[in-house]
Each structure stands twice: as structure tokens, then as C-alpha cells.
Design a protein. Sequence first.
Length: 292
Amino acid sequence: MAWSTRELAELAGTTVKSVRYYHQLGLLDEPARLTNGYKQYEVRHLVRLLQITRLTDLGVPLAQIESIGSSVDDPAGALRTIDAELAATIERLQRIRAELAAILENRTSASLPAGFAEAGRDLSEADQSLLLIWSKVFDEGAMDDLKQMLIDSPKTAADVELDGLTDDADRETRRRLGEQYAPVLAAVTERYEWLGAPGERAPRGAAFAQQTVTEAVAELYNGAQREVLYRASLIGAGKLDELAALEAALDAAETPGGGEAIGGEATGVGDAGRGSGPSRASSGPDSEGGRR
């Protein structure tokens, strides 16, 4: 008995389009044709098509079906490989589902690094962006520490104020916030000693880490926010001479003809290489160690 393409597809529980695609891939031999040009599929074509559909049902990629073969030889080796690949896929999908569940439960952004759904739920958009960059700069252990830092330090009124701080914030506000953040920076630097030399936790090296974080912080945060964290890092580290130099530079900048406003690169105020990025995510590493 012979079948047309449509009849063969119906028998195998697939589509005419799939049958033609299997021909194109070389998985299914072309049948003989009648004088009118119609294809005539035989039993061997049906068996092969059923084998293909069975293997695809088992999750075997089309590219690997040929390696298993169309005979009844034991395909155990190839099937074990496919089983291992499927197990890895299932594990990945289960991990994704767990991440999605955590994101939905904590109502956080899906753009946070894996595992930060709970810890990063109160972060500003800029902090979330910086955290994503850190996840590609520092090793897994460092990111675990950062996660714990965020969990251990719930968002405060000072965090909210710093998140909304505008570039034209007055000096008294910048000074007050710097003083508020200083003890927190000092405490976490003492607890996590690697913050004193974060480059050691950067797989691509300290220079790459500093450059990447510096550029990110400079773009994500304004000068006033960076200045606050720079002040906090100086106070926390007991660098009072440098703090006095900062105040003197600010005084000079505010004097008529004294130059551009401070917070820019000329004085180092707000330089990401000298102070962490602001707000709660600023609890992370920078070239001097520093944390909120």
C-alpha cells in the first residue's frame, strides 16, 4: 500500500509541512513518484517518520536524530547524552522559575542580578543598574556579600533623601548626608575586609573593575550624590585632611571667578574611583573600599 504526503502525515500524527521539512534535512528519504508527479510513500517511510516523531516527542533535537540512526541498533549512548542535556535544561528552567517566583513575591524588577529579588527590592533604578554592572565585575562571593549587606541594612530616610538628591543640593545638605553615611561605610568596611582592596575580587583585574565602576557611577549618579559618598568615605576612613581640602576646594569654587562647580572631575569630588555609588547599592565596592 502507498500513501500520499497528506495521508502519511495524518498517520504519523504530524503535518505535511513537517514531512517536507524532514525531507529537506535529509531525515526522511524522498519516495518514488507516479507519472502524474504525486509522491507514493511506503511502509519504510511511515516507520521512519514515526521514529522521527517519537524522538522529537522525547525531546531529541532534530540535529541529533540522525546520530541515533533509523535502525533498531541500541542508541543508548546518544540517548544518555540527550538525557543529560535535558536534565541540565530542566535544572535551568527550575532555577528560572524560582527566580520568577521570588521576583513576583517581592515585587521587584526583573533586571536585578540573579538572587537579588529580596535584597534589591527597595533599590532605586540607578542602584539596580549599578548592581547589574557589579555582577559582571566582581566574583560570586563578593556578590553574596553585597546581597547580605543589602539585607542587613533596610532602606532608611537618608537613603530616600540621597536617591532624590539633585545636583544643585546645597552644601549643608551634602555635608549632613555624608556624615550620616560615614559610620555605615566604616562599619561594613570593617566587617568585609575585601572592600579595602575590591580589585582582588574582580576576575578581570583591579584596573578593569575600577574603570568600569568609575564610568558607571559617573553616568548613573549626579555630582551631589557622588560628593556625599566621597565625604562619607573620607570621614569613615578618618581622612580629615582630605575632607578639609574638599571644603577648601568648594569654598574656592563658590568664590566669584573661582572656577567651575565642585563635583566634577577636576577636584575628584564624586569620582567613582574615590567613593562608592550612592544610595543603598553604594554599599558596594570601589577602588578605595568605601561603602554607604
